[in-house]
Design a protein around this ligand. Structure first.
Ligand code: ADP
Ligand code: MG
Length: 237
């Protein structure tokens, strides 16, 4: 448990450092973007390619900095008792058009009769958005994302996000969530790190199971609100 605490402290320090660096990068990035757009209008067709590349790379820096900025947020926001069904429904609304475009069916089950959880709703939404994005990216020609919620005991809430995608080789599962670990050409390798950090800051656990060629399931366990109120340590066992 002591090592767990130390790990959490380290993560917080890394998160804060990352966020301050990201913040410093943002302002020059904004002016760079503005001037690139301005110059683009004045140049010949020959250079058009270069501008496409420059804008893509700038977008990539923007993506990485916004994910890094997100890492520092968990400490800042307010915890409230929320209904997970509302959170999942909001995410469903946000992601449904993207799912449709990618030929992905978003299936959601088990939302009735769940205990409330004490959480920062915006952060949990981010968690599900990250997981859905990864699931979609693992199914380039479409498939099914199944979000199933359940409450195995009155004190716990379990949410499983599974996909029918390419899966993850067993030996690589442990690497997921390490900063900058990505297998994608345009990945940041920060989504799962932020996701794990948010779940841990909510006293929960995140596990990954996967079969190559069949799909991946992310298992999230969160303590119910009534439990955290009684037990303020909420270290998620
Ligand atoms: P990114 O999506 O930018 O690569 P993440 O931290 O979100 O970064 O994910 C890290 C890596 O974990 C991905 O590059 C991918 O290899 C693997 N991964 C995560 N979720 C899935 C999934 N549902 N199916 C297959 N691989 C996954
Ligand atoms: Mg991702």
């Amino acid at each position: 448990n002591k090592t767990k605490l130390l790990e959490a402290e380290k993560l917080t320090a890394v998160g804060q450092l990352a966020a301050s660096i990201a913040h410093e990068i943002r302002n020059p990035l904004t002016s760079l973007k503005g001037f690139v757009q301005l110059i683009e209008q004045t140049v010949s067709d020959v250079s058009a390619n270069y501008f496409t590349i420059m804008k893509d790379e700038l977008r990539r820096i923007e993506l990485i900095t916004s994910e890094l900025l997100y890492l520092a947020k968990p400490q800042a926001q307010e915890f409230k008792d929320e209904r997970i069904c509302q959170i999942i429904q909001d995410v469903n609304m946000l992601m449904s058009s993207q799912a449709l475009m990618n030929n992905v069916e978003l299936r959601i089950t088990g939302l009735d009769g769940l205990p409330e959880i004490r959480c920062v709703a915006a952060q949990l939404k981010q968690v599900f958005i990250n997981l859905i994005k990864n699931a979609m990216e693992a199914m380039p020609s479409g498939g099914v994302i199944h979000i199933h919620a359940s409450s195995p005991s009155p004190e716990t809430l379990m949410i499983q996000v599974s996909d029918t995608g390419k899966g993850i080789p067993q030996e690589l599962i442990a690497k997921i969530g390490s900063p900058f670990y990505t297998t994608k050409e345009n990945g940041t390798g920060l989504g799962m790190m932020a996701t794990q950090q948010i779940i841990h800051s909510h006293g929960g656990t995140l596990d990954i199971t996967s079969t190559e060629g069949e799909g991946t399931t992310i298992h999230i366990c969160l303590p119910a609100a009534n439990v955290q109120n009684q037990d303020e340590t909420g270290d998620g066992k």
